[in-house]
Design a binder for this molecule. Structure first.
Ligand SMILES: Nc1nc2c(c(=O)[nH]1)N[C@H]1C(S)=C(S)[C@@H](COP(=O)(O)OP(=O)(O)OC[C@H]3O[C@@H](n4cnc5c(=O)[nH]c(N)nc54)[C@H](O)[C@@H]3O)O[C@H]1N2
Ligand SMILES: Nc1nc2c(c(=O)[nH]1)N[C@H]1C(S)=C(S)[C@@H](COP(=O)(O)OP(=O)(O)OC[C@H]3O[C@@H](n4cnc5c(=O)[nH]c(N)nc54)[C@H](O)[C@@H]3O)O[C@H]1N2
Ligand code: SF4
Ligand SMILES: [Mo]
Length: 876
């Protein structure tokens, strides 16, 4: 059985084989995206399916109800709101993690039947800047290239992308191509020296937000040094005169650009020269470009440079926007964004009429609806009275988190379709609907390179969980639209979607998969991955677009755009330290082993080990200025909100900057959600939030004590600060208090249950007992104890024996080692031991002995660093 990974936009193929009662999961060697490779997240998908708090039944106001009751109530409430306030009082918020079929049904129901344009998706936070840039430059939202182009290129530029962590299998493909062809150079443009940047031939740590300047400077350089393709521009591109006029400004001369980007002249010139002389160039971009105050302009600035050199539509040459989620692209196809109608059509009269005729719908929306941030604002105002959220966790992932939480909490009718009941958004819902998860539902998804792949169910739907399209269809029937929503299987939905893409499409819309509209059910079940377009002209799909130099604009020419550099005010602002606080620029993004709001990965112990606790990273000078050591608690705050986390050193950060992962929520940490600190600044054209350039005050958070709980049950007593994670044997929680003295804590515990207190060299340990067995250990001191967690956890459930307990405690207090290779679970200590004690001095030896770095390879640079430190530096 074959399916597609549930996580990132690489869209890796997965093979499942029955093994006794269970399943064995491997990469699908025949899938064009991954050729059999998987990263640690994909490889641990089966483990992830054991969701804690799995939502199994519909719940209305917290009580279990039947689907019939749930849907009747929903239909009745919506009917009343429709009668009182009209369709614009209803909104729906979708996700790039739904299948294309879920997405299609939601879009059709809202835009053609309920008649509300307020359909948006979390892709607004993710891809919308790239979408608008594509529309501006190419006339349609089209990704020109395919993954193979990265391997065929002689220069790959990764900008605003930590691809080694976020699209690991694609990065691995690139690295393997570099081994085969050392002439393939990698340049990374990122303010942070990320794991991706570490592996580049050149890293330009540009000033945050300065991308337009950098690419305009490049275009200026190309014009001055005869580095552009005059013939291509003359035949296939418009807007040259306007661009050239803009580039005449002295702002775009090399020295001025180096100053704007805060880069050395030599580095910048080196990059420009390399670009100028390398026809086969691919520029891959992601959220450092899109999530910005001028994300659309940044993407167009990149596209400008490619158009100027005719580096598009050719093997190994293209600008390439990477999609984040497994089906971000599918959502763009169906019209999941409030700014599109359906199947790559907009809101002209002809298009609206065409879609309405195809759907045979009673109504059709005539213009765009609210974009995500606006949508939640409208909820806050009470203008949108009912909101249905499917497959996303906006309380955590939207900017201005406190305000979003307020909006959701005040919404008259909040419906949430979820896999787990315990997300920050789900906890606020009136109606919770149980969704089938990956592995239980089927359908199609489209990856970054336009490949449509099947997701297939191989597990039964547990409890009363159902596919999202099914829930939407059942509501549609209750609202009186049964005939248009008579689907019995995703196959019927897919074929209708495919037919719409080809409906009255005389070639003006490149998104055309009408070649799949007549698939039989059996053919749909057997569908193999194909890149769109798929139609009469391209029955087997198409690897590259624009090969003939024709674009989707009215005159067939791609557009160059004159662009201006606009720094966000947060970057321009330099505030002096105030009291003990420092003003830092706040960047946010992803960790290697976690997925978004951690609902899918937070409960898998092996995905926790590389970064077990919420940490904000800063440079060494900031730590010194604040008088902090790694692991101390800090408070971050600004006008939007506050957060308290441990602090970590990141030598890859530019001074004055901090990085906080987007993953932490109220489910893992009392005060760790980054979006409470990021205001809702959006790109004016795409509405995509600027998640990468916030500004915060940072100061030490003094504590009276800090502690670590390891228990069979989660920690439940109220506490000033906590952060929690699962262990294979139970739970592990960091605790801290600034208000309660240690002795008061002990008194509180001793009153509440059966505890034994043991003195330690630094602090004390409280042992929780139940019927003579250890059910928990709380180690308390002035600072967090560095403990071997696994060892202490091994005591859980054992009978109390004084000698064994104190011996285990003293060994555990010798400290824990960080996990370097998540796939094979190899810690730093084991690698260092192998090098220093067993004399292993090269990677191959470590791979043979420990296995580390032999699966997905993401940890290879870290292993290299350990080798350098312990073999070369130590022996020098
Ligand atoms: N492990 C993991 N992988 C994932 C995901 C996940 O949650 N976890 N999510 C998936 C999704 S939905 C997405 S959208 C992708 C995101 O994938 P990426 O975009 O690769 O990841 P991010 O960590 O969000 O940020 C990318 C980089 O942008 C840089 N940056 C910040 N400001 C600027 C700037 O002004 N200019 C430039 N040039 N760069 C800047 C940041 O320093 C950061 O290193 O990842 C996908 N893959
Ligand atoms: N500060 C900051 N914020 C960011 C970003 C950033 O870089 N920095 N990145 C932004 C980006 S690019 C993205 S994509 C978003 C992601 O943000 P979200 O979409 O909010 O994050 P997820 O955790 O993926 O939420 C998906 C939810 O859907 C549920 N789910 C999974 N499968 C299904 C299904 O089949 N049906 C239903 N109904 N539910 C399902 C999961 O349990 C989970 O709760 O975050 C954005 N927010
Ligand atoms: S690279 Fe992305 S699609 Fe591939 S296995 Fe990893 S998470 Fe899944
Ligand atoms: Mo994303």
């Amino acid at each position: 059985m074959k399916t597609t990974c549930a996580y990132c936009g690489v869209g890796c193929g997965i093979r499942l084989n029955r093994e006794g009662e269970g399943w064995q999961l491997t990469g699908d060697e025949q899938h064009p995206a991954n050729g059999g490779a998987l990263c640690v997240k994909g490889a641990s998908l089966l483990e992830s399916l054991d969701f804690p708090d799995r939502l199994l039944y519909p719940r209305w106001q917290g009580k279990r109800v039947s689907w019939d009751e749930a849907l009747d109530t929903l239909a009745e409430r919506l009917t009343r709101i429709l009668a009182e306030s009209g369709p614009d009082a209803i909104g729906i918020y979708l996700s790039g993690q739904l299948t294309t079929e879920d997405y299609y049904v939601a879009n059709k129901l809202m835009k053609g039947f309920i008649g509300s344009a307020h359909v948006d998706t979390n892709s607004r936070l993710c891809m919308s800047s790239a979408v608008v840039a594509h529309q501006r430059a190419f006339g349609e939202d089209l990704v020109p290239a395919c993954y193979e182009d990265l391997e065929l290129a002689d220069l790959v530029i990764l900008t605003g992308a930590n691809t080694a962590w976020t699209h690991p299998v694609l990065f691995r493909r690139l690295q393997q191509a570099r081994v085969r062809r050392p002439e393939l150079k990698l340049v990374v443009l990122d303010p942070r020296r990320t794991m991706t940047a570490e592996q580049g031939d050149l890293h330009l740590p540009l000033k945050p937000g300065s991308d337009v300047a950098l690419w305009n400077g490049l275009c200026r350089y190309l014009l001055d040094h005869d580095g552009w393709d005059k013939e291509y521009v003359a035949r296939h591109v418009s807007g040259f005169a306007e661009l050239a006029a803009e580039l005449d400004s002295p702002e775009w001369q090399l020295e001025a650009v180096a100053r704007s980007c805060d880069l050395s002249l030599g580095d910048l010139l080196g990059f420009y020269r390399l670009f100028a002389r390398t026809p086969r160039t691919v520029t891959l971009f992601c959220q450092g470009i899109n999530q910005s105050n001028q994300g659309v302009d940044k993407a167009n600035a990149i596209i400008n440079a490619h158009l100027l050199c005719g580096r598009i539509g050719k093997p190994g040459a293209a600008p390439f926007s990477m999609t984040g989620q497994p089906n971000a692209m599918g959502g763009r196809e169906v019209g999941g964004l409030a700014t599109q109608l359906a199947a790559h059509m907009g809101f002209t009269e002809v298009e609206c009429d065409r879609v309405q005729r195809f759907w045979q719908s009673p109504t059709i929306v005539r213009g765009p609806g609210y974009k995500a941030v606006e949508l939640l604002e409208a909820v806050h105002r009470g203008e949108i009275r009912a909101l249905w959220v499917l497959g996303t966790n906006p309380a955590v992932s939207l900017p201005d988190g406190n305000r979003v939480r307020e909006a959701l909490a005040s919404c008259e009718l909040l419906v949430v379709s979820e896999v787990t009941a315990n997300t920050d958004t789900a906890r606020l819902a009136h109606l919770l609907l149980p969704a089938a998860a990956w592995g239980e539902k089927g359908g199609t998804v489209t990856n970054s390179e336009r490949t449509i792949s099947r997701q297939r169910a191989f597990l039964p739907m547990p409890g009363e969980a159902r596919q999202d399209w099914w829930a939407l269809t059942q509501l549609a029937r209750r609202l009186g639209f049964g005939a248009a929503f008579a689907y019995d299987h995703e196959h019927a939905i897919f074929c209708e979607h495919a037919a719409l893409s080809g409906f009255e499409n005389g070639g003006e819309r490149q998104f055309d998969i009408s070649g799949l509209a007549q698939l039989s059910r059996a053919e749909f079940e057997a569908l193999t991955p194909l890149r769109w377009p798929i139609n009469e002209r391209w029955p087997q799909g198409r690897a590259r677009l624009f090969e003939d130099g024709r674009f989707a604009t009215a005159d067939g020419r791609a557009r160059l755009l004159p662009l201006h550099q606009q720094f966000p005010s947060s970057v321009a602002l330099t505030a002096l330290p105030q009291g003990g606080a420092l003003s830092l620029l706040l960047n946010s993004g992803r960790l290697r082993d976690q997925w978004h709001t951690m609902t899918r990965t937070g409960h898998v112990p092996r995905l926790q080990e590389a970064e077990p606790w919420p940490r904000v990273r800063m440079g060494a000078a900031s730590l010194l200025a604040l008088g902090l050591k790694e692991g101390d608690l800090v408070r971050l705050h600004n006008a939007s909100g506050e957060a308290r986390l441990r602090v970590g050193l990141d030598e890859g950060l530019r001074e004055g900057e901090a990085f906080l992962p987007m993953h932490w929520t109220d489910s893992q940490c009392s005060q760790g959600a980054v979006n409470r600190l990021l205001p809702a600044v959006v790109d004016p054209l795409s509405g995509q939030p600027m998640f990468k350039q916030g500004r915060v005050w940072v100061e030490p958070q003094p504590t009276r004590w800090q502690g670590l709980w390891i228990g069979s049950q989660p920690w439940r007593e109220p506490m000033d600060w906590w952060a929690s994670r699962p262990l294979p044997e139970g739970h592990c929680t960091l605790l801290a208090s600034w208000s309660e003295p240690q002795e008061a804590l002990w008194q509180r515990l001793a009153q509440a249950g059966h505890w034994l207190r043991l003195p330690l060299a630094q602090g004390w340990c409280a042992v929780a007992l139940q019927q003579g067995r250890i059910v928990g250990l709380l180690v308390v001191g002035e600072k967090y104890p560095d403990l071997k967690t696994e060892l202490l956890a091994s005591l859980l459930g054992t009978p109390l024996q004084g000698g064994a307990l104190s011996q285990t405690l003293s060994t555990a207090l010798l400290g824990e080692s960080r996990l370097v290779c998540s796939c094979l679970r190899v810690s730093e200590q084991r690698i260092v031991d192998a090098i220093t004690r067993q004399g292993v001095s090269e990677l191959a030896g470590l791979q043979a002995l420990l296995g580390c770095g032999s699966n997905c390879g993401t940890c290879l640079p870290e292993i290299d660093k350990l080798l350098i430190k312990h073999v070369y530096i130590a022996s020098a």
